[in-house]
Design a protein around this ligand. Structure first.
Ligand code: PGA
Length: 255
């Protein structure tokens, strides 16, 4: 499996942080620090910050993403946002199936699949999150859990569409806990995900497919994680809210 075939993607997941004016300020801080990046750089921000993020990133190498989207085009879904709304704004990326959505907001593999379908149909690029809980890891069923999440989410996705999907392997026990997976653990599951892609599509598709790691990735541990053969980038929560830390991770991915 040839890592050279893949361009790393470093994506920030701001979660429920930053107001529009704080968004402008943080992006203005990040911009000069990542302008020479040799990887793709994305910031995924709350819906109300998207406009500010799009304006602040104009003319830069930073792409903007949302943190979720609904599967219907419009209708009686109070509080939801459609892909058409995001596209009209100029938003190209969207995180789908984050474990916080699954844990706190009743997201299931079935709704994740519908959201992936809607985002692809709208021409967006999806950052699809999968990952096991601590209990599942201790039961020895990590690869099964991640495999089922991946296979259901990719149901109906064509080989051509696969180039607009990134998978972020995020062990739930490592998110926001300061407890990172070891680089070996991260690589092992990322590799297993790549094998699923080879199985569902073919080995060329698997070779080209970007699999990120996420879960307490920071300026201190990014280089080691990103040096692993199957870790093609990161989805960064906490550390993406500090410009120097985020820039350090981008630098580690650019090597
Ligand atoms: P964290 O979050 O980096 O703060 O652990 C990662 C994520 O939830 O995407």
């Amino acid at each position: 499996m040839n890592k050279q075939l893949r361009k790393a993607v470093i994506a920030g997941n701001w979660k429920m942080n930053k107001t529009p004016s704080e968004t402008t300020a943080l992006i203005n801080e990040i911009k000069p620090l990542v302008q020479d990046a040799d990887c793709d750089v994305v910031v995924c921000v709350p819906y109300v910050d998207l406009q500010a993020a799009l304006e602040a990133t104009k003319g830069s190498n930073i792409k903007v993403g949302a943190e979720n989207c609904h599967w219907e085009k419009s209708g009686a879904y109070t509080g939801e946002i459609s892909t058409g709304m995001l596209r009209e704004m100029g938003v190209d990326y969207v995180i789908i199936g984050h474990s916080e959505r699954r844990t706190y907001f009743g997201e299931t593999d079935a709704t994740v699949q519908k959201r992936v379908r809607a985002a692809l149909d709208a021409g967006m690029t999806v950052i699809l999150c999968v990952g096991e809980t601590l209990e599942q890891r201790e039961q020895g069923i990590t690869n099964e859990v991640v495999g089922i999440q991946t296979k259901i989410a990719l149901g109906g996705v064509s080989k051509e569409e696969l180039s607009r999907i990134i998978i972020a392997y995020e062990p739930v026990w490592a998110i926001g806990t300061g407890r990172t997976a070891t680089s070996e653990q991260a690589n092992e599951v990322n590799h297993a995900i790549r094998m699923i892609i080879a199985d569902l599509y073919d080995s060329a598709a698997a070779d080209a497919f970007v699999v990120q790691y996420g879960g307490s990735m920071n300026a201190g541990n990014a280089a080691e994680l990103l040096a692993q053969p199957d870790v093609d980038g990161g989805l960064i929560g906490g550390a993406s809210l500090k410009a120097p830390d985020f820039a350090e991770i981008v630098k580690a991915a650019s090597k």
